[in-house]
Write a protein that binds this ligand. Structure first.
Ligand SMILES: CC(C)(COP(=O)(O)OP(=O)(O)OC[C@H]1O[C@@H](n2cnc3c(N)ncnc32)[C@H](O)[C@@H]1OP(=O)(O)O)[C@@H](O)C(=O)NCCC(=O)NCCS
Length: 190
């Protein structure tokens, strides 16, 4: 598979989503260790449904990128900005790294920073929001490192395995984010 270096970091880059990767995403989304952290855990997602979901997301104007290991050009997950409202310059953010051998190595933090850079410095968004389950400490830490702040929670709104969990809300404003790639490109040769 050929990937394209749209937004580039040290460990990974973001490439436009490729529908031909739907099978790999489907495999990851059926791994409960991955999907228990995502809203899709309660859905049965086969290959056709995953293709439909991706096509629908693209049609709705969501910005979805494959996350690619920069050293090996290997697909490791994807991230997106969705429910984008240009009038109010806001969007929601989501991410998953499906290849578990990449967890805890800084790829999630860098991919988050890269899509924030795209959102704030290319799309000119001002507020980006995310929702995360309160048991997902790795994700919360990753988001804090990328600059997100805790803004509230919806209590006991997630029920899995007979236990109730809170849904945490975090956001970040454009003026709280320091560009790691887009501004560097803009400053070249100027
Ligand atoms: C959440 C996710 C994107 C994070 O990406 P990642 O590459 O694994 O995370 P990073 O390595 O960039 O950062 C993780 C941080 O959490 C820390 N961490 C790991 N496990 C932790 C735990 N149980 N409690 C607290 N912190 C933890 C790591 O030490 C690291 O922080 P540090 O750099 O200060 O040491 C990725 O693990 C993933 O996709 N998981 C499955 C799907 C998912 O949860 N998606 C998010 C849904 S909201």
């Amino acid at each position: 598979m050929k990937y394209f270096k749209k937004i580039i970091g040290d460990k990974c880059y973001l490439s436009p989503i490729n529908l031909e990767d739907a099978e790999q995403y489907t495999e990851w989304l059926n791994d409960l260790e991955v999907s228990k952290n995502l809203a899709v855990s309660s859905q049965s997602i086969g290959l056709d449904k995953e293709k439909m979901i991706l096509e629908d997301m693209i049609k709705r104007g969501n910005q979805i990128f494959a996350i690619i290991d920069i050293k090996t050009d290997k697909l490791i997950g994807n991230c997106s900005l969705f429910t984008i409202e240009y009038k109010h310059r806001k969007a929601e953010f989501g991410i998953f790294i499906g290849d578990k051998s990449y967890w805890g190595k800084g790829f999630g933090t860098e991919a988050t920073e890269l899509i924030l850079d795209y959102g704030f410095n290319i799309l000119n968004l001002h507020n980006i929001l995310l929702k995360v389950y309160n048991f997902n400490n790795k994700a919360i830490r990753c988001y804090e490192k990328a600059g997100f702040h805790y803004i509230g929670k919806r209590r006991e709104s997630i029920i899995i395995g007979g236990r109730k969990y809170d849904e945490i809300y975090m956001d970040i404003l454009s003026n709280e984010f320091k560009s790691i790639y887009v501004k560097k490109v803009m400053e070249r040769d100027t």
